[in-house]
Write a protein that binds this ligand. Structure first.
Ligand SMILES: Cc1cc2nc3c(=O)[nH]c(=O)nc-3n(C[C@H](O)[C@H](O)[C@H](O)COP(=O)(O)O)c2cc1C
Length: 324
């Protein structure tokens, strides 16, 4: 697979909503798609759980037919688990399988999964190989720049994963020890992109349209993965595509209510409000009075309450934008 062969252009050359456990649920993924994301990825799903045929894990593979193109992300440590898991997910309609080699969370590291694989590249490559052998779907890998600044992955990592069977590599420009803070090392991504025979998707701190485009252009990457910058601000996708990066008058309200309605079709009350409140507070940022709306949002327990707060926030947001 070389850069000019593009089995999944919507990912390799697109603007994808980054997988975010506990955030990128089905409803939010569909909102991102409507607002211009070219591709979606599930939250990370345990390969060991799928391998054991855990009912709880299999539930994480559920998605709505509108959520396409959608990739499934697997995490794990054992090649055998990936073999069985890729066998299981292949017939389910996903467009590609992504291997998580970037997660820095302790629980994940303890099992040797996520970014632990960056300290054992032969194991990572074996996982890519075995996954590819057990699926006819394209396989991709998501990495960080290494465990620590002193232990970076080789700049030739793109070639290594490509030889093992991957058709694209996403690079979060941080080290495991950085977790999610500190500056993104664009130069580190650029060095990998320069040598990679397969498309590189840049990731990290795309908090505005300008930051996202700079990240892509300054690293020589072909695609972008947008994480936290899209949470509460899915309009960033429309902005990157050249449209309005802000909600139109009335749009904050309608998008919030659409997302809640979609979530209510899948999750019963009252749990749905516990989960939705986490999204709601994210929508109330960057305008005069936003802190008050966040305070009110954490107490919402009904569709009607959300409707009232979202409507008022929409007016407050646009009034404060007019003031600027
Ligand atoms: C709450 C949260 C959950 C995440 N879950 C995942 C995950 O399941 N799989 C994954 O590969 N990365 C996960 N990430 C990392 C993001 O995909 C992304 O790489 C990271 O946030 C950096 O991009 P950003 O600066 O645009 O947010 C998560 C990040 C956050 C903040």
């Amino acid at each position: 697979m070389r850069k000019d062969q593009l089995p999944i252009p919507f990912y390799s050359h697109g603007i994808t909503m980054a997988p975010m456990a506990g955030v990128t649920d089905s409803a939010f993924r569909r909102i991102c798609l409507r607002l211009g994301a070219t591709c979606l990825v599930t939250e990370m799903v345990t390969a060991a759980g799928l391998s054991r045929k855990s009912v709880k894990t299999k539930k994480m593979l559920r998605y709505h037919p509108d959520e396409q193109p959608l990739g499934v992300q697997l995490f794990g440590a054992k090649p055998d688990d990936f073999a069985r898991a890729s066998d299981l997910v292949t017939p389910l309609g996903f467009k590609f399988i992504d291997i998580n080699a970037g997660c820095p969370v302790k629980r994940v590291l303890r099992s040797g999964s996520g970014s632990s694989l960056l300290g054992d590249i032969p194991r990572l490559l074996e996982i890519v190989r075995v996954t590819k052998e057990n699926t006819d779907l394209p396989v991709t890998v998501k990495i960080r720049l290494g465990l620590t600044r002193e232990e970076p992955v080789p700049d030739s990592i793109g070639e290594l994963v490509a030889d093992a069977g991957a058709c694209a590599i996403a690079v979060h420009g941080r080290f495991r020890t950085d977790f999610f803070s500190g500056d993104v090392d664009k130069e580190g991504i650029r060095r990998i992109a320069e040598l990679s025979p397969v498309p590189v998707i840049a990731n990290g701190d795309s908090t505005s349209v300008e930051a996202a485009l700079r990240l892509r252009d300054e690293t020589g990457s072909t695609g972008l993965l947008i994480g936290r910058g899209a949470w509460g601000n899915p309009w960033i996708f429309r902005g990157i595509a050249g449209g309005n990066p802000h909600p139109e008058p009335g749009e904050l309200h309608t998008v919030i209510m659409k997302q809640l309605s979609m979530m209510m079709e899948l999750i019963p009350e009252p749990q749905v409000f516990h989960i939705f409140r986490g999204h709601l507070v994210q929508y109330f940022r960057g305008f005069h009075g936003a802190a008050d709306f966040r305070r009110r949002a954490v107490g919402t327990e009904s569709y009607k309450e959300v409707d009232i707060i979202a409507g008022e926030a929409d007016i407050a947001m646009h009034t404060s934008l007019e003031d600027v």
